[in-house]
Design a protein around this ligand. Structure first.
Ligand code: UDP
Length: 237
C-alpha cells in the first residue's frame, strides 16, 4: 500500500549531472529510473517535471550577455533533453514512459494537455512533462507546482540532494536543524527556502502539499511513498 495514488515528482537538472560536473550522468539516470520503476510497480501514478540546470539556466546566460528571454528558452529546451534522457532510462528498465512538452515539438514529444497527461497516467505510463511552463521568467519549480495542480496530484515530491528543509543552509551552517514537518505559514514567517516563491505560493493557494527529500539515496522514493517520515513535509496547517 502506498500513501499516495498520484504524485508529481520534481527532479532538479543539476542532480542529473552527478559527479560529471555538467550534462548527464548515466549512473544517476539509472538510479532515478530504478526508483521510479519501483514506484510505478507499486501502483502509483507518476508525473515528472525535470529541471535543466545541468545544461543551461536563463540567468547564467543573462550574466554572459544573452537576452534573458532567449536564455530562458534555451533553459526550457534543456529540460526537454533531460526528459528524453529519463524516458530512455525508464524504458531500459521496462517502464512505459511518455514525454509531453509544454511547447509544441512533435515528434520529440506530444503537446501537453491535462487530458492527455491523465489518459497516459491512467494507462500506467510515467508522464514526463518537459519544456517548463513554456514561459520565460519561470522556473521548473513553478512548472512542477503548476502541473502537479493540473493533474490533481496528491502531493508534490521534490527530490533533491538535500534531505529536507533546514533552519539554515546545512551545507554552510553545521548547526542547521532539519524539520520533519512544517506549515506553509511557518516557511513564509521564517523566510525558509523550499522552492522559489512563485512555485511555493502556487502550491499553497491550491492546496498541494510538498515533501522535500533526498532522491540520491536509493530507495528513498519508495520510503516516502510508503509514508515513512523522511525528508520534510510541508503541510497546509
Ligand atoms: N525555464 C523557463 N521557464 C520555465 C521553466 C524553466 O524559462 O517555465 C528556464 C529557466 O531559464 C531556467 C532553466 O529553464 O533557469 C532551467 O530550469 P531550472 O533552473 O528550474 O532547472 P533546475 O534548477 O531544476 O535544474
Amino acid at each position: 500500500m502506498t500513501k499516495y495514488q498520484r504524485i508529481l515528482l520534481k527532479l532538479s537538472g543539476e542532480s542529473l549531472q552527478g559527479s560529471c560536473g555538467y550534462g548527464l550522468s548515466t549512473d544517476v539516470l539509472r538510479s532515478y529510473a530504478a526508483q521510479i520503476a519501483a514506484a510505478v510497480r507499486s501502483g502509483v501514478q507518476v508525473g515528472i517535471v525535470i529541471g535543466g540546470g545541468n545544461i543551461f539556466r536563463g540567468l547564467q546566460g543573462a550574466g554572459r550577455g544573452f537576452d534573458r528571454v532567449r536564455g530562458d528558452q534555451m533553459g526550457m529546451l534543456a529540460t526537454v533533453i533531460n526528459s528524453l534522457a529519463l524516458q530512455s532510462a525508464l524504458e531500459q528498465q521496462g517502464v512505459r514512459a511518455r514525454v509531453l512538452t509544454s511547447i509544441r515539438m512533435e515528434p520529440i514529444g506530444e503537446y501537453y494537455s491535462k487530458a492527455r497527461a491523465l489518459e497516459c497516467l491512467e494507462a500506467g505510463e510515467v508522464v514526463i512533462i518537459g519544456g517548463g511552463t513554456s514561459n520565460p521568467y519561470f522556473s521548473t519549480d513553478s512548472a512542477s507546482a503548476l502541473r502537479g495542480i493540473e493533474i490533481e496530484a496528491d502531493v508534490l515530491l521534490k527530490g533533491t540532494r538535500v534531505d529536507g528543509v533546514y533552519t539554515a543552509d546545512p551545507e554552510k551552517d553545521p548547526a542547521a536543524v532539519r524539520f520533519d514537518e512544517i506549515t506553509f505559514g511557518e516557511v513564509y514567517r521564517l523566510n525558509l527556502k523550499v522552492m522559489d516563491m512563485t512555485a511555493f505560493t502556487l502550491c499553497r493557494e491550491n492546496g498541494l502539499e510538498i515533501v522535500v527529500f533526498d532522491m540520491d539515496t536509493p530507495g528513498n522514493l519508495e520510503r516516502v511513498l510508503a509514508g515513512e517520515r523522511i525528508g520534510t513535509r510541508v503541510k497546509m496547517e
